[in-house]
Design a binder for this molecule. Structure first.
Ligand SMILES: Nc1ncnc2c1ncn2[C@@H]1O[C@H](COP(=O)(O)OP(=O)(O)OP(=O)(O)O)[C@@H](O)[C@H]1O
Length: 707
């Protein structure tokens, strides 16, 4: 990876081209011409001299010259005086304060932005983005539906921002209600907002980078009726990191809900869940740590509001308690290899408790872990599992139960908050997906997460950086192209056809034998070595491949990747769960055959295929909406209040191409209205002007330069 300094130098070649579109004077200055770079250095120095002024730049398009250094300095100056939002052309940059700033998000502030004739004239704020999207729906300009894309790395503030947006709409889109009784409106807003604590309890966890890290992606569609009132919502989730249930990375925690139960249970519940105070659970690391999100009552209250009755809640918590018990079950190798493994003596009590809580016979549960049933023609043959296999089957049971329970909850939430299609006509979508991840060891989970980020970056590039410039050219405007980093070749590497990392992974997953990491690595190298985005460290002993993502290089370990992609569930486990006397568990596993779990326990669809399909559906939705981008920035890696680390920030700014965005925004035409709407709207005032004749317009849109 380049150092921050290197990248700063690359970026420093750009200059502000404000107002330059018409004259074609946008300088993409990548030339090493000494006099040019000298003069740029001079301009930068001159701009930075007036330090007291730097925080006043509400919109980075006004910075001159626009370079990574000048942009960074302005953001730093603003952060110092506790100004956290800044416009960057079409994007809003949100710096995480890492401390509560209540006055910034009060009801009064919401109302101010909502009621202002020109909210853009107010200080930059996430409410401007929210209000702009809302007014676009009111204005019915095509495309009417809106998407608010919130991106940034882990801990940057995406979930926080999404919650804030939802609260905004729950306030402004309901408070003007006169049509519905206060009761109904309150109920739907409340339900929509209550979906957050539930999904966060079950889908978020404390990681090294964020105490409340979302371990899944979500797109929330807020449904608006003809009067732009919030009448419902629906949630689409993406790729829950279910491995965390049975395997928590060092110094990280399991999903919040387990800690909430452990800390918030009443004596009676403790007894029911077989969770005595002080009991150690292997799958509950760092239980001594207390965080804000450990509040069990909030989750229960939200479950109540969403209409999950007491009995259902009991079933949910019993299942979760059963999973915790499973984590304490260990196996020892048998004396004789032809015999199944033994459950370790001190584990037996946990196996018994798990069986009771999951409402399945303990004997059968034990058998499922220790013995595999093989089909030989019409005959079934029983084969003892190795010690490692027993552990894998235990983990697999926990993961499949947790993932299906999460899915059931999301479906329940949707049934509870989704409005009837006849009652809503437009929507505002809020997208909050996990940020780009690069750990010491990365595997399939990180590959999928980073692939999702590549897709979103591509959407931004295609929608804004490329399409906008192409449009100026097609409109016959004089425009010199601003260079940007296009990530298409990285996407081709990951998902392209006929050969890509995903296609090769799927090919290896289809083979009916255990995969070998070195063989897979050799296959990748043979097929993909031409692609500039993939490389290998020749001296590494660990089978891996390195992908150059738009946000940086990531090494992926291959060991276990193919198995993860298959995500097989032994059929015995599913058959056992179908028999559970916990009616929720029984319902989850017997009512429907999900994509990945069939009654035969086999995976029909690989993880990457399923993920790719769900992302493609998301992209289709995004393409039919008007997007609004918010880039959340994490000012320091330690989540310390009001601490701004330049190196951290510059890397994030560069990764999302903020300088290029500012250039294009500054030089371009920020307002675009389709001709038909433009003429409809302004015909009246143009009686004698050329507007009457469409022949004067060559392109699709009226492009307006802001003053
Ligand atoms: N505008 C804000 N005001 C105050 N605190 C904030 C704000 N935005 C974020 N935070 C703080 O930063 C923490 C991390 O934010 P958040 O959980 O939204 O990050 P994220 O980008 O969603 O991370 P991940 O990708 O790991 O889910 C929050 O828990 C909150 O404490």
């Amino acid at each position: 990876m380049n150092s921050a300094e290197d990248r700063r130098n690359i970026g420093a070649g750009y200059r502000n081209g404000r107002g330059g579109a018409a004259t074609g004077s946008v300088n993409k200055d990548c030339s090493p011409h000494p006099s040019l770079s000298d003069s740029l250095e001079g301009e930068i120095r001159a701009f930075l001299t007036d330090e007291d002024e730097l925080h006043t730049y509400d919109d980075l398009t006004k910075v001159n010259p626009v370079t990574p250094t000048t942009v960074l300095k302005c953001l730093q100056a603003r952060y110092r005086v506790k100004v956290f939002y800044t416009h960057a052309g079409c994007t809003l940059v949100a710096l995480n304060p890492f401390q509560p700033i209540p006055h910034l998000y009060s009801l009064d502030v919401m109302k101010q932005y909502h009621c202002a004739p020109q909210p853009q004239e107010f200080k930059p704020h996430i409410f401007i983005v929210a209000e702009e999207a809302y007014r676009n729906v009111q204005g019915q300009l095509q495309p009417v539906n809106q998407s608010l894309v919130v991106s940034g790395e882990s801990g940057a503030g995406k979930t926080w921002t999404s919650r804030c947006l939802m609260k905004y709409y729950a306030t402004v889109a309901a408070s003007s209600s006169v049509v519905k009784s206060q009761d109904t409106v309150e109920k739907i807003e409340r339900r929509v907002l209550d979906s957050n604590p539930i999904m966060e309890a079950f889908g978020n966890a404390c990681t090294l980078r964020n105490n409340n890290s979302s371990r899944f992606g979500k797109y929330i569609q807020l449904q608006l009726d003809r009067c732009q009132l919030l009448v419902g919502a629906s949630v689409q989730t993406y790729l829950l990191e279910k491995t965390r249930v049975a395997d928590q990375p060092t110094n990280e925690r399991n999903f919040h809900v387990f800690y909430q139960m452990m800390k918030g249970a009443t004596d009676e519940q403790r007894k029911e869940w077989k969770m005595p105070l002080g009991q150690h659970f292997v799958w509950l690391p760092k239980a001594e740590k207390t965080i804000e999100e450990d509040c069990f009552l909030d989750t229960v209250e939200a479950l109540d509001h969403l209409g999950i009755n007491e009995e259902r809640q009991r079933q949910i918590f019993r299942i979760l308690a059963g999973l915790l018990q499973l984590g304490n079950v260990y196996f020892s190798p048998p004396m004789n290899e032809s015999q199944p493994c033994d459950v370790e003596e001190h584990s037996k009590v946990f196996l018994q408790r798990a069986a009771e809580l999951l409402c399945v016979p303990a004997e059968e549960l034990q058998q499922c872990f220790r013995v595999r049933t093989l089909q030989a023609g019409k005959q079934s043959v029983l084969k003892p599992c190795s010690q490692a296999d027993c552990g894998m089957r235990r983990d697999c049971l926990a993961k499949v139960i947790y993932a299906q329970l999460f899915e059931w909850l999301v479906t329940f939430i949707n049934n509870s908050i989704c409005a009837d299609k006849s009652t809503w006509c437009n929507f505002i979508g809020v997208l909050d997906v996990y940020g780009f991840e690069c750990f010491h060891i990365n595997n399939l989970e990180q590959l999928c997460i980073n692939y999702a980020n590549e897709k979103l970056q591509q959407h931004f590039v295609a929608h804004y950086l490329r399409a906008q410039q192409e449009e100026y050219v097609s409109e016959g405007l004089q425009w010199s192209f601003v260079k940007y980093q296009d990530n298409q070749s990285c996407l081709d590497l990951i998902e392209g056809s006929p050969v890509s990392v995903f296609s090769l992974l799927n090919e290896a997953s289809r083979l009916n034998r255990a995969s070998d990491a070195n063989t897979f690595r050799a296959r990748l190298e043979k097929e993909l070595r031409e692609n500039i985005n993939i490389s290998w460290d020749k001296f590494s002993m660990v089978p891996h491949f390195t992908v150059a993502h738009y946000a940086g290089k990531v090494d992926y370990h291959i060991e276990g990747m193919v198995e993860k992609n298959k995500d097989p569930v032994p059929p015995e486990l599913i058959s056992l769960l179908e028999k559970s006397e916990n009616s929720l568990l029984h319902q989850i596993f017997s009512e429907k055959e999900t994509d990945n779990v069939t009654s035969k326990g086999l995976s029909k669809v690989t993880v990457v295929s399923k993920f790719k399909n769900s992302l493609e559906s998301l992209m289709k939705i995004l393409h039919t909406t008007t997007p609004h981008y918010t880039r959340c920035i994490k000012p320091n890696p330690d989540c310390k209040p009001l601490t701004f680390k330049k190196e951290e920030v510059i890397m994030q700014l560069e990764a999302c191409g903020i300088v290029e965005t500012i250039h294009i925004s500054a030089a371009g035409f920020p307002i675009r209205i389709p001709f038909r709407s433009f003429i409809q709207r302004y015909r009246l005032i143009a009686k004698h002007s050329r507007l009457k004749s469409q022949s004067h317009f060559s392109g699709m849109y009226s492009l307006l330069l802001c003053p």
